[in-house]
Design a protein around this ligand. Structure first.
Ligand code: PEP
Ligand code: MN
Length: 293
């Protein structure tokens, strides 16, 4: 790696590539994040009802997702908005894993809830609003579960690395970074998708990086193109909001895809994934290669 990057990110050497750490692979159930497979996480913004969650889990699994997302504890812009089902939501997520075999990623917002959330989830999500809560990061790290660390909406890449370093320093090597859009002077969309951060992080960090095109865009029609951009930039996966009836969602309906929309997006990713395999020098599967032609 160029000295320039080592100097720029000197505070967080553990996050940078070095001779011993070129490529961290995070084990989740019987697969990996950051390995050769591109991993899709999908599901509702919030866990709402048993049938909402189960139908979504079945649909996203059929379309190729490996991990079910869904918030049981919701950080909301308004204190009066739906705050999540809490423990009941966690139980529903665990039942969805039993039924579909999908792994579970869900947010933990408070240090006090880490042990409970870790009992039900395969990956603990640290949300944008919590990225700089170091005591939460430390407690989550010590649970031993992999951590999905979302970039704060006003966090630089260096800030994101500091938070990742806190997890590493608390004895947990299994960190997955997530670019979910940042606030800039551009206000047409909910956030500005910093696709360059993905390319930069792939270049200089050994940690896996995934993209969240849903929160980056804020509107559902832009989720598929941002997902394709993420693949092209080298992301290890994506996390996407999907709902059976997005217009009736209890949170983030505007940016949620319905089942058909999600399936179409997954199909549209195929040629990009085929090129990704070629550029990683792996044999692409024939169906994906065909799609790239
Ligand atoms: C979410 O994933 O639903 C969420 C609240 O994301 P973020 O923390 O990126 O806003
Ligand atoms: Mn959301």
């Amino acid at each position: 790696m160029r000295v320039r990057w080592q100097e720029r990110f000197a505070e967080t050497p553990g996050v940078l590539k070095d001779s011993a750490h070129q490529h961290t692979v995070v084990p989740v159930l019987d697969f990996e994040v950051g390995g050769s497979d591109f991993v899709t996480m999908a599901g509702p913004c919030s866990v709402e009802t048993e049938s909402q969650l189960m139908t979504t889990a079945e649909a996203v699994r059929r379309s190729g997702a490996r991990i079910l997302r869904g918030g049981a504890f919701k950080p909301r812009s308004s204190p009066y908005a739906f705050q999540g089902l809490g423990l009941e939501g966690l139980r529903m997520l665990a039942r969805a894993r039993e039924r579909t075999g999908l792994a579970i990623v869900t947010e933990v917002m408070s240090e006090c809830d880490v042990a409970m959330v870790a009992d039900y989830a395969d990956i603990l999500q640290i949300g944008s609003r919590s990225m700089e809560n170091y005591s939460l990061l430390a407690e989550a790290a010590r649970s031993g579960r992999p951590i999905l660390l979302k970039r704060g909406m006003v966090a630089t890449v260096a800030d994101l690395f500091v938070s990742a370093q806190v997890v590493l320093d608390n004895g947990n090597p299994d960190v997955i970074l997530c670019e979910r859009g940042i606030r800039t002077f551009e206000t047409a969309l909910r956030n500005t998708f910093d696709v360059a951060a993905i390319a930069l992080i792939k270049e200089i960090s050994h940690l896996p990086i995934i993209a969240d095109p849903s929160h980056a865009a804020g509107v559902r029609e832009l989720v598929p193109p941002l997902g394709r951009a993420a693949v092209a930039a080298g992301a290890d996966g994506i996390i996407v909001e999907v709902h059976p009836d997005p217009d009736k969602a209890w949170s983030d309906g505007e940016q949620s895809l319905d089942f058909a929309g999600f399936d179409e997006m997954m199909t549209s990713l195929r040629p990009y994934l085929a090129l990704r395999s070629v550029s990683q020098n792996q044999p692409a599967d024939p169906q994906t290669l065909e799609a790239a032609r």
